[in-house]
Design a protein. Structure first.
Length: 302
């Protein structure tokens, strides 16, 4: 049993930039990289193994239920991890919960966590509403192109983190780079896209009716602070941050795999070298493994 370094899948959406190339060591023929899918077994973009005995093979051909671990109750891999570079604002959007998505999309919903990997001066996110509103107030704002006036703008800085539950309206704003840990789902309902158009002059599709059925119209309330190195904890995933200076031993038992994403620095993990932007899958049951060097990492498990 060995750890797997992943080869990302790249997405070049219209709002993306070049920071993932210049600052995160991502190699792509695309002019821009909006998203780098770091650990994905989703049908819209399956990662491959980078080196080792599985080199070049797609992860969905490698990873078995035993490698995912006993905590996974789903019939598929449970999470998806991304790096996102917002050169421009992302659309204002919302994700459904599992019940709605399974009924209407034949897919799971999406609760997600954002770690702010970098933010330009004045950078921020939209997260929830400023005040409790009604569905009709929101509909009126859509008609008047005044959605942003209702949204809660949160200034952000490197190191901040946010848990975003299904039903919570949100958008990443320009100048922000994030690491996103989410349920393994690609169901997104766009409700507002600033009236922008693509190179052909077409506006992107909106999903207003479905969004209205799943939106939480209450004032945003920040989730609890877990303290210590725990950034987020929910039934779908747990995210911890570690600063490595020298050497740290970790343990990956049979309950869950680990995933390690390198935020800063360099070093080795179980003998394999890493640099900023690298992501590794550690199979459940591997046991003890060592990370050494000088680095900051996110460790994800379920």
């Amino acid at each position: 049993m060995e750890i797997i370094k992943t080869l990302p899948v790249y997405k070049d959406y219209i709002w993306g930039g070049t920071k993932l190339k210049s600052l995160w060591n991502k190699n792509s023929e695309k002019d821009i990289i909006a998203e780098s899918w770091e650990l994905s077994l989703h049908k819209d973009g399956v990662c491959r193994a980078d080196g080792g005995k599985y080199s070049g093979r797609f992860l969905d051909q490698i990873i078995t239920p035993e490698m995912i671990g006993e905590n996974n109750s789903l019939s598929r891999f449970p999470i998806l991890i991304k790096l996102i570079d917002a050169r421009q604002n992302l659309s204002v959007q919302v994700h459904p919960d599992d019940a709605y998505a399974l009924k209407n999309e034949n897919d799971y919903g999406k609760t997600e966590m954002w770690y702010i990997a970098d933010a330009e001066e004045g950078g921020g996110i939209y997260l929830g509403f400023k005040e409790n509103i009604t569905k009709q107030i929101f509909i009126n704002a859509l008609k008047e192109n005044a959605v942003e006036k209702l949204l809660n703008f949160v200034p952000v800085k490197k190191g901040d983190s946010f848990l975003i539950s299904a039903g919570q309206i949100h958008a990443i704003c320009k100048g922000v780079t994030i690491c996103e840990i989410q349920q393994n789902s690609n169901v997104t309902y766009r409700v507002y896209d600033y009236n922008r158009t693509d190179a052909s002059g077409n506006k992107r599709e909106l999903h207003t009716q479905k969004a209205l059925e799943v939106l939480n119209f209450n004032k945003y309330k920040a989730p609890k602070n877990y303290g210590g190195n725990i950034l987020a904890k929910c039934k779908y995933f747990t995210v911890k941050k570690y600063s490595v200076s020298g050497s740290i031993n970790f343990y990956c038992g049979s309950a869950s795999f680990n995933s390690v994403l390198v935020l800063e620095g360099s070093g080795e993990i179980k003998g394999r070298s890493f640099n900023k932007g690298d992501t590794f899958f550690i199979p459940a049951g591997l046991g003890q493994y060592n990370i050494c060097g000088n680095a900051e990492i996110l460790l994800v498990s379920i």
